[in-house]
Design a protein around this ligand. Structure first.
Ligand code: MSP
Length: 509
């Protein structure tokens, strides 16, 4: 029986090094995975690399090495980025691994044996950058890929075909009965109208080059790279390797993908699974593109930005936070250095960082750093705001609106800062008769910080743990999970806090 929350990133082509568009998908998944762990769930978070296909073969050739050697040499470039960005994946699959290739052959053989694969001729355009068969009508100026703006290849080869068209009705039923299958809703509508418009059978093999998984019954063909790649989601979960683990893990709860690869995930992938008699995933979540100067950022167009160019300046936490908060999840969004700087200073330096250093400094000056007694009586203003944060954050992540989650956190921080300005504890401190009031205000404030550390942890794991340390709670969450971890009043009075270094020092232009 399934007992694991299973979330995946797409697997990335190793033709080149990562850019912030790839990192955008991966960070989003990481936030969701961390939040589910925070809820005490068992999580399997998968990422990996897509190593077959013409595009990878071409880059290897350009560099004068064999494709596998090329892929091997690129792996550290991907892993170093995920490590720096604190990506907490549980497994990293490479499509050149035996644990992937063998089950892929078994899967394709199964489709063949069931009569869902036949031989035919493919004639038409192919974009190597997309690794996708195109329809003539969608090309720009008759010959250019609409996504990459580069000339397509014109193929005419004998291929094996998958009877995709046969699954049209079953797919439409899936979208109908499970409106949550494709999210957000606008994307679902696109998929539905695409499938309603009719489906063509899909070429499933290639013969004009060799870099891929051989078709088991006819090894001069290699399996089309997407048919191979999509299966990483099941092979890594144990399909063909560990049936018991597969039972506990599959179906995936969420495949997070960019909108450019939505059709593969929301049309071809479920049809392949239907053909093989395997359950379909629960949700395919498509996000928009990061744009630079209004265009999809990409290496092909020389607008690719490496994540380290930003983390070196802004730090990893700010990097992770910025994209979620700034770009409405699901839509396209422009990246600019100026907007990142503005967000950093407003939300993190003046917002969260300032709140933490103010509260900790006041505790230091007025209470020797020790958390005062919890006040008796009715819930205070921050306690109420904290309850709203817990509710909103949970609703946002479980409905996959990550921007709303980041916004809920930000608004709570703002509310806490406003509260301090209004009650002005520094004035209370001047009047010995108002000491109990001062203690009550700072207790509220310190609990607010603790709650911020809890809810910041999926988005800004490093800042959250530094905050915990400053709050005198060395072991993050002390093993607690939600909802207990968010219960108001759990910081013990007398806990020794320390101001420490500022979490987000202000940055100049
Ligand atoms: N290898 C395939 C995926 C196979 S999954 C079974 C692939 N790889 S990719 O490296 O080209 O892209 C991976 C992800 O990066 C996609 O989700 C894509 O949308 C995302 N991005 C690439 N450029 C992007 C932006 N400029 N902005 C946001 N995401 C973008 O496709």
């Amino acid at each position: 029986m399934k007992d694991t929350f299973y979330i995946t990133t797409p697997i990335y082509y190793v033709n080149d090094v990562p850019h912030i568009g790839h990192a955008y998908t991966t960070v989003a998944c990481d936030v969701i995975a961390r939040y589910h762990r925070l809820r005490g769930e068992k999580v399997f978070f998968l990422t990996g690399t897509d190593e077959h296909g013409e595009k990878v073969a071409q880059s290897a050739e350009e560099h004068g090495v064999e494709p596998k050697a090329w892929a091997d040499s690129m792996i550290p470039r991907w892993r170093e980025v995920w490590e720096r960005l604190q990506i907490s994946f549980d497994d990293f699959i490479r499509t050149t691994e035996e644990r992937h290739e063998r089950p892929v052959q078994e899967f394709v053989q199964r489709l063949y044996d069931r009569g869902d694969i036949y031989q035919g001729i493919y004639r038409g355009p192919y974009c190597v950058s997309c690794e996708e068969f195109k329809v003539e009508g969608e090309l720009l100026e008759g010959n250019l890929c609409p996504i990459h703006g580069q000339p397509v290849e014109w193929l005419e080869e004998e291929n094996y075909f998958f009877r995709l068209s046969k699954y049209r009705e079953e797919l439409l039923r899936l979208y109908e009965e499970h409106p949550e299958f494709v999210q957000p809703r606008e994307r679902r509508n696109e998929v539905v109208s695409f499938v309603r418009g009719g489906l063509q059978d899909l070429s499933l093999s290639r013969v004009s080059f060799e870099w891929g998984v051989p078709v088991p019954w006819d090894p001069k063909h290699v399996i089309y790279v997407w048919i191979d790649a999509l299966q990483n989601y099941i092979t890594a979960a144990g399909f063909g390797n560990d049936p018991e683990r597969f039972e506990r893990t599959w179906p995936a709860d969420v495949h997070v993908v960019g909108k450019d690869i939505l059709r593969f995930h929301a049309v071809i992938w479920p049809a392949m699974l239907m053909a093989a008699g395997i359950d379909v995933p629960r949700t395919v979540l498509a996000h928009g593109w990061l744009l630079v100067g209004g265009q999809k950022m990409s290496k092909t167009k020389l607008t690719g930005i490496h994540p380290f160019e930003l983390t070196d300046h802004f730090g990893v936490d700010a990097y992770r936070y910025y994209f979620l908060r700034e770009v409405q999840f699901g839509q396209d969004g422009n990246f600019s250095w100026e907007s990142m700087l503005a967000r950093y200073n407003a939300d993190l330096a003046n917002g969260l960082g300032n709140l933490a250093s103010r509260v900790l400094a006041m505790l230091g000056s007025y209470f020797d750093g020790a958390v005062p007694e919890r006040p008796e009586g009715e819930a205070g203003r921050l306690q109420e705001a904290g309850a709203r944060l817990a509710e909103r954050f949970d609703a946002a992540v479980t409905s996959l609106d990550l921007t709303a989650a980041a916004a809920a956190l930000d608004e709570f921080v703002r509310e806490a800062n406003r509260y301090l300005v209004e009650v002005a504890p520094w004035k209370l401190a001047g009047d010995p008769g108002r000491r109990p009031e001062l203690a009550a205000v700072l207790y509220e404030a310190v609990e607010a910080l603790r709650l911020i550390a809890v809810y910041a942890s999926p988005i800004m794991p490093d800042a959250a743990s530094r905050l915990w340390e400053q709050l005198g709670i060395p072991e993050p969450l002390a093993g607690q999970v939600l909802p207990e971890a968010a219960r108001w009043g759990s910081i013990a009075s007398g806990t020794k806090t320390n101001r420490g270094e500022g979490l987000f020092p202000r940055l100049d232009a």
